[in-house]
Each structure stands twice: as C-alpha cells, then as structure tokens.
Design a binder for this molecule. Sequence first.
Ligand code: NAD
Length: 735
Amino acid sequence: MKNFAIETDADGIATITWDMPGKSMNVIDITVMDEFEKLVAEIEADEEIKGVVLTSGKSTFGAGADLTMLQDMLAKFEAEKARDADAAMQMLFDNAYRLNLLLRRVEAGDKPWVAAINGTALGGCFEMALACHGRVMSEDEKATVGLPEVKVGLLPGGGGTQRVARLVNPQDAVTMLLQGKAHRAAKAKQLGLVHEVVPAGDVIAKAKEMLKGGLKPKAPWDERGFRAPLNIWSPDGMQMLAAGNAIMRKETYANYPNATNIMKCVYEGMQVPFDTALKIESRYFANTIQSPEAAAMIRSLFINMQELNKGARRPDVPKRELNKIGVIGAGFMGAGIAYVTAKAGMEVVLIDRDQDAADKGKDWSRETLDKAIKRKHSTEEKRDALLAKIEATTDYGKLSDCDLVIEAVFEDKGVKADVTKQVDAASSGTMIFASNTSTIPIGELAEASKNADNFIGIHFFSPVDKMMLVEIIMAEKTGDDALALAIDYVTKIKKTPIVVNDTRGFYVNRAVIRYMQEAWSMLIEGVPVPMIDNLARAAGMPVGPLTLNDAVALDLSQKVMKQTLADLGEEEALKVLDKRHIDLIDTMVEHGRVGKKAGKGWYDYNPKPVGAKLWPDLKTIHTQQDADAIDHQEIEDRFLYTIALEAVRCFEEGVVTDIREADVGAILGFGFAPFTGGPLSFIDGIGVEAFTARANDLASRHGEHFSPPALLVEMAKNGETFYGRFSHEEQKQAA
Ligand code: NAD
C-alpha cells in the first residue's frame, strides 16, 4: 500500500500508520479510500488481530477530504447528467455514500478501533476518528479537531453531522457544525469528542491501553437504550432547534444552502436509526455539492487560495533566505508587523523615532502574548522566545544585515522619503525595501530610493495579526527579486499574497471604498439608516458599510478624499469622488462623529450590554424615506454590483492581472460575499450578459459608476465568462 503501513504486535493490536508519500498532510482521496477499504477487509479477515490503532505518520493526523477529488467527482457528474440525469444522480449519491458505508463498517464491525490523534484532525479525517470506538488526542496546543466543511460551502459527509449531534450537547454540536470551528484537546474532551488527552508522544501507548482495558467495539448509539443529547421531541429540543434556525438565518441570511442542509441533516437524522441517518446525510451532501455556492467557494477559498499561498505568482528567481527583517515605525501597524514576523521565526529590528516609541511597539507583542497565556493559548517560554527575536532600537545601523525592511511610519511622503534615505545609507545593497503605505503610489515613494528596482509595496490590513491578506504592490521599476522576496515573506508569515500594480488605493481599498460610497449615497437619498447595514449583510457582506466606515474612521475617509482632490485636481478627482459624499463626511466630522475610536460615528458605541446603536441625531442631517417604499433587492444589488464593477475596472486596467487574486483578495480583504466566490465569480454566476443588463439598469437610476466597462460589454456580446476566458491555465498558455 502506498498510503498506509500496518504492524501487528504480540498482543494482536494492529497499528495502522497513515502517511501519504509526497504530501505534507494526509488527505482523503480515491487511493486512500481504496486502500482503506482493503485494509478494513484484511483486518476483518485476520483472526490474529484483536484491536486496531489508527494514527498518522505526519505531525498532524489529517486535513480532510482532497477537494480536488470532489471537483473531479462533480465534473463526472455534470458530464453524466447530460447523458442520463437519473444515472448521474445515483452516481453522485453512491460516491458520497461510499465513505459513510466504509466508516460504518469499521464502527459496526466486531473489532475495537481507537484513533490515536497525534495532531490536528479536520473534516473527513476527524470523521474517520469519530467512527472509531475510542479517541485519544494529543494535548499539544497546536493540535485541534473540527469539521470545517461549512467554510467551503460543504457539509461534513462522512457521518460528522450525525456522530457530533449524538456525542455533544445540542447547542455546541450545532455551533460546531455551522461555524466549522476547531477545538483544542481540553475543549474536545469536555465536549465529549475525544476520550483521552495525553502528550503527543503517548497517544499510541494510550490507545493500546484502552484496547487492552477491554474497550467494546460498539458505538454509544448502537447500545440498547441509547439516548441522544438532542431529543427533538422534547420541549428543550424543540426550543433549541427553533432558536438554532433563527440564529443560522440571522448569520447567513439563507445565502448558504450548505448551512441550511446541515440543520436538516441534524433535524431529520435525529429522528431515525443511525444507518438511515447516514443515508440522509449523504443525500444532503450530494445535494450540497451541486450548489453553485459550493463550487464557487471550493474554487476561490480552497483551490485558488492554496495556489496563491504556495506562491503561484512568484517569479522564477533563486530563493533567498529570510532571516532578519527591519520594521520602521513601531506604531499601530509596525507593532503588528513585528509581531507576526517574529512569530514566524524571523529576527526583527524594530525602529522608531525614540527608544520609548520603539519599546512601546515591542510591548504590544508582550501584551498580546500575555493575553494568550491567560487564555492558555501560549506559554511564558514561547512569549519570551518571541520577544527575544524583536530588538527595539533607534539605530538604523542595526539594519545592515536585514534581508527586507518594511516601513510603517506616518502616511506622509516627506517622512517616508527621509526614512527611505536613512535605510538606504545602512543597506547592504541587496536589501529589499517595502512600504506599507495605504494611499501613496509606490512609484512616487520609490523616487527617494537609490535603487527603485528593490522598492516594493507590502500592504497589510488591520489588525495585522488577524487579517490574512497582504497586497504586494509592483511599481513600474520594481524588479523580480523584490517581488519574489515579498511573496516569500508573506507566505512565511502564513498570509495570502496578491500581487497588484501601482494605482491610487491599489485594489482592495479601491473596491471597498465603492462599498462605503454606495452607503453614503443611500444615506443622502434617504434610505432608512438601519436598512443600509442590514441589507448589506443580507446581500452577504459580513460587516455593514457604516459599521466598516466607523471601524476605519470617518476622518480617515475625509483625509483620503481631500488628498485625492489635492493630488488630482477637482475635475479629475470628481470622476471618482462625489461632492455630496465629501460634504456628508465633513458634516459628520464637524459633529465629532469620527468613528469607533472616538466611541461615536454612524453609531454610538455604548458599553456592553447596550453595545452599538445608530446615532439618533442622524435624522438631523438626513431625511428618511418611507421604509415600505424601498426595494430590498435593489439595495442589495447596488452593494455587490458597485464592488464587482470596480473589480472589473481594476482587472481591465491591469491593476489586478489574475482573476484568482481579484476574487480571493476581495473575500479576504473585506469579506466580499464569500458564497459568491468573489466579485468576478459573482458576475460569472449571474452570467455576464445578465449582469451587464442589470448594471445598465442600475446606472439609469443611480449613476455612471454602474455603467459596465467595455470589457464586460465585449464579454457579454461573446457569451464569455471570466473563468472561461481568463482562467490561469489559459493565461499560462497565452504567456
Ligand atoms: P501610527 O501613527 O500608529 O504609527 C506610525 C509610527 O511611525 C509612530 O510610532 C511614529 O512614531 C513612527 N514614525 C514616524 N516618523 C518616523 C520616523 N521618521 N522614523 C521612525 N519612526 C517614525 O500609524 P499606522 O496606523 O501604524 O500607519 C503606519 C503606516 O501604515 C501608514 O503609512 C499607513 O497608511 C499604513 N497603513 C495603515 C493602516 C491602518 O489601518 N492604520 C492599514 C494599512 C496601512
């Protein structure tokens, strides 16, 4: 066998070690299914074997199903559907049901199995463990177990919805299935997901001990008189399902068919015997995988994101080691950049104007880790080791052996030019210099540099430790070495890089400002204020535009608009800005409503339990229309269309050159309705022709910014899609 090794000891305990060759993590693909099936049959037939330990030869247990296998399965289904729809449905169901049957065979067999979960076990791999009669988990803080399928538009299809709902209390079970959150060992044990927690090195020994202790080969639900924690016929059960449905609806606005199907699996599955329940789950799995949402999410949030994370856009130049990074400016962003860099194992020289400011930036790491220690997510040793990597100083001389220096000083061209010159003076010559500016074109900043070839933009989003996207900006003169090093750095800190060309606002901010501008227009038109954020969320955005605007700060919006006016002159600037918006934001700032940082913006930020409430005096600057006269669909469309159109313009202008980056960047950067797969996938999903027609329709009522760009008009005429015309294989061929 390629993927599994089996060894039976003197006590008749067979240890199966899963270790896929050439992969960093185990995943379930067809070869794994075939071999596992053969193994199960061998074990059943071998009388010497009394019990089984299932473990992994990697540092983790397993990552889940190979989603490319699911894509292939779906492609076969589509091909067969054209020939014989019934046969295609049967084939899809049989494929989905196969894993359930196989794992049930393990569970209902007459030999006890124990999963020795030596590291993280997710999705289908955790479902394999759940089908075992005993589960021993490593206590390592990095080890987690969970069912993240919901995050890529799917549902756990290897019995996860049924076994979790029968093991865990109803509320935690449904939350776990719907949020896809993974749990560390202590929590997993408390929830009843695992039986024993031991140091990583002891999982196999403990598993053997369970077997020798007489573990019965019987799942709780196969015992007579089993009572599940969720009895849907009880008053508690009914209440919990009603509340669960309401919460799911509030969180998803019914945009995610997989979430609805997860609830159906639990509700229907709990009413029937276990084998029937598994069949129900497989039916919903087969239904879910056919949804456009699943296809779009798998493509953008799994396949494409993984490709970008592996450096798909990296030019083919020799790799340089990244050992030491300089960070200039130890403020809000610089402190975060120093933290994530040290966390990834690199040395950091953190510079500010004076020692106090530099120390304060380093203290941010200390405070962050102290909080993590309190929550038992880190240890004092780890904190001290990370802090030892950050040297807070004012001495530019310390930068001489840095591979990369990132500046995050004030957003001021003069200050940045000054810093660039000081770094140049300390530089070895091969050092790459990156700016974290959010608004100043990189080409303009590069003018201060001795070596524009080595000058690049590395644009983080705040908060740096949480946001997974980093935009890398190429100025006209930026060279391949700088790009390769920037991509290597971003992947080393485990974030997703997208590479964009130099323009005002780059890609993400250019797209997201459209979102806020549309909200400002709605306010000015008199759309009732609560409807603005609520309908944006109904459209699929995780954060409403006014809430987002408060988080970013209104005075920053004001500053960016004023800067654009100053830089472009009124005539040019007013092509991308709206005078009414400038007046609106000026009025808000005059009222001191600058956003969350001041406790007041579009919302008043009251202490808990009251929380955020819309500013009641908004009515003094805004006349409200009758709420019943508002067309909800029109409001929702305006939000998604204005962003999608800006994404098309960025692509047409060559600011973004890869459709994968346009989609992944918008989802990770500001949460563009994830179920669509991103703005270009959204357009493909609607159909370019239908999208273009609707955009024209919106333009007739809401302004020129809805007019479809020439590229769209041409694609609509030719019946093309973005992923049909610009998919990266074709891009490669074209190149
Ligand atoms: P900040 O004011 O919190 O921090 C700036 C730091 O730079 C301060 O500690 C200041 O003392 C230091 N500094 C100023 N001049 C210096 C000099 N000559 N030498 C050394 N240190 C100097 O600002 P911030 O929010 O961290 O923003 C920094 C940069 O990051 C800006 O270019 C900003 O546009 C960009 N950015 C900010 C965000 C955000 O959300 N705040 C997001 C992306 C990018």
